[in-house]
Design a protein around this ligand. Structure first.
Ligand SMILES: Nc1ncnc2c1ncn2[C@@H]1O[C@H](COP(=O)(O)OP(=O)(O)OP(=O)(O)O)[C@@H](O)[C@H]1O
Length: 551
């Protein structure tokens, strides 16, 4: 647990002081909570010795009141500091995780990691955010309280103090054993959570296919099984956790009995005064409460630990090696092509897809990539945008190796029209504006017009300000495609990669899209993944991507 506290403090970065201050307030709260115990002993003593006076009563009431006020105040301060620190910290962590993901190679997102990312963001981070600060603060408060209780017992009689310490250590031992046991269970539970997320995401994403192939029943059974498995795992987890908690309760009860017995024995042999013995008997039931409370949190600690591991796993992933040692010039030096692949080799996994591929694309020309399905056309385009990095050779734009420039500089130079369009659940206006956020309204409307979007935009209730569904759900495929082209026209990058977008739309839309593309490609260098003969006819150069080479 101490390790976890250190881990959280390390993670807290600039909020460290806030968290440490919260712990200090927890300590002060513990002092104010256990202060009245010592006072009670003093009151018993005074009553016993018949020395209670009105003056002392007034003083005792004042001190008690101050301790109660202190308890409320320090609790408030500690809760306030720790909870705001938690929310501030996790807001920053989510932003930096987003930043991290921005710099991950595309391969990471396609290799089944989406479930992991969403579980870490929503489940793991959510759990740590809401639990870690108050769990740790209670932990600090409880440890301080137990130390105070042990000191108080030592003050009553050193032997009682030593016994309380010994019994607390026994409870710590039982707690640690059970924690180790629970950690493995918590890891398994969180992994299952991730599996379930991936399953649900896949199910929702593939809903169209599932319905069209009448697979709803089969897929529903799969997903129901996953939920069932999760339920069983949760019940098994609770079953495994409960016995160790009961053992701890038992150890606590035994400890209290032995403490009272020891106290009576000490009183019997005249080792302890009557009022002290009375105080021990009165307070013995709460003596091990703080240390027991620490280990009642053991489940939360175990899940938190596992969540922290999973979160750190993502933070530790290797990002794309982004250098800032060059900038792509606006104009290529004389004799240098706009795009050059030089002896490029690449493999997704072990099997290589491209070997020693070399070709050049001159400025303002159209190069078509043709070849059989699976030959590597999309791979060539993906390498140019650094969705993946080459394993050998280099890719240059205007003579500069694309690995030497910041990703932002590279992407300023390239626009991609994907076959599968993704639009955000926002207005058409904002979807187009993403191409260049500082564009004026007039410029955005002009781009929509150039991309032949106005005919359908004018029919929408709020025109260009109409909000569309996620992924462009409320638009036809061709309309969504034209909006994505308007976005690229606004971006106005000198190089355009086109994965022939008209393949899956009807003839009317195809004509519109072709016009939009013609507008987009004016004065640009084009790399087209060609699926149709027409494209090849218009191309200045045709590269056949086949058998791991480009010819
Ligand atoms: N993310 C990936 N992980 C592993 N292998 C991949 C990945 N993407 C593509 N491949 C493999 O790389 C090879 C080239 O695929 P690529 O998509 O580049 O071909 P393509 O010529 O564009 O095909 P198509 O015309 O069908 O789109 C194929 O064998 C494919 O299975």
């Amino acid at each position: 647990m101490i390790k976890q506290i250190r881990r959280i403090i390390r993670l807290a970065g600039k909020y460290k002081t806030r968290i440490r201050l919260a712990y200090l307030f927890s300590l002060l709260r513990a002092i104010c909570t256990y202060g009245p115990y010592s006072l009670s002993v003093y009151i018993i003593k005074l009553l016993y010795e018949n020395k209670m006076t009105m003056e002392k009563v007034g003083m005792l009431i004042a001190v008690m009141a101050a301790l109660f006020v202190g308890q409320v105040f320090f609790s408030y301060m500690s809760d306030r500091l720790q909870s705001t620190a938690g929310y501030l910290l996790f807001s920053d962590l989510r932003i930096s995780l987003g930043e991290k993901l921005r710099h991950m190679p595309m391969g990471f997102f396609t290799d089944g990691n989406i479930g992991k990312i969403s579980t870490v963001l929503a489940v793991d981070m959510g759990f740590i955010e809401t639990n870690c600060m108050n769990t740790i603060s209670s932990f600090v408060g409880d440890i301080c309280s137990e130390i105070l209780v042990i000191s108080f017992m030592t003050f009553l009689h050193p032997l009682l103090g030593a016994f309380t310490l010994l019994m607390s250590l026994v409870i710590v031992l039982i707690g640690n054993i059970s924690m180790r046991h629970e950690q493995a269970e918590a890891d398994g539970k969180q992994e299952l959570n991730e599996e379930l997320s991936s399953h649900v995401l896949e199910y929702i994403e593939g809903m169209g296919v599932i319905k069209s192939y009448n697979m709803v029943d089969r897929e529903s059974t799969d997903i129901e099984n996953a939920f069932e498995k999760m339920k069983d795992e949760c019940i098994a987890f609770e079953k495994k956790v409960t016995p160790s908690l009961r053992i701890m309760e038992f150890a606590n009860a035994v400890g209290v009995l032995l403490l009272i017995s020891l106290c009576i024995r000490l009183f019997g042999i005249g080792e302890i005064e009557r009022f002290r013995a009375l105080a021990v008997c009165m307070f013995s039931f709460g003596v091990f409460r703080p240390i027991k409370e620490v280990y009642l949190q053991v489940t939360r600690f175990a899940v938190m630990n596992s969540s922290l591991n999973r979160m750190e796993e993502i933070f530790d992933l290797e990002v794309l090696d982004e250098k800032d040692i060059a900038t792509i010039p606006k104009k290529a030096p004389v004799g240098v092509p706009e795009i050059e692949f030089r002896e490029v080799s690449f493999a997704y996994e072990k099997e290589s897809v491209l070997e020693n591929v070399s070709f050049k694309v001159e400025k303002n020309t159209m190069a078509a990539l043709v070849g059989p399905s699976g030959g590597g056309k999309s791979t060539v385009a993906s390498l140019l945008t650094r969705f993946w990095d080459v394993n050998g050779g280099k890719i240059m734009i205007r003579g500069v190796d694309i690995r030497d420039v910041p990703l932002e500089n590279l992407m300023d130079n390239i626009s991609v029209v994907f076959q599968k369009v993704y639009l955000f659940k926002d207005s058409i206006y904002n979807n187009i504006r993403m191409g260049r956020p500082d564009a004026t309204r007039e410029e955005i409307i002009e781009c929509a017009r150039k991309a032949r979007c106005m005919d359908f935009i004018d029919k929408l209730p709020y025109g260009i300000d109409t909000v569309i569904g996620e992924g462009g759900a409320s638009l036809s495929g061709g309309e969504a495609q034209r909006i994505s082209i308007a976005r690229c026209i606004l971006k106005d990058s000198p190089i355009v990669i086109l994965d022939e977008a008209t393949a899956s739309v009807d003839a009317d839309n195809e004509a519109y899209i072709q016009e939009a593309i013609d507008e987009l490609c004016l004065g640009k260098t084009l790399l087209v993944i060609a699926h149709r003969l027409n494209t090849i006819k218009n191309a200045d150069a045709v590269f056949k991507v086949e058998n791991k080479t480009v010819a």
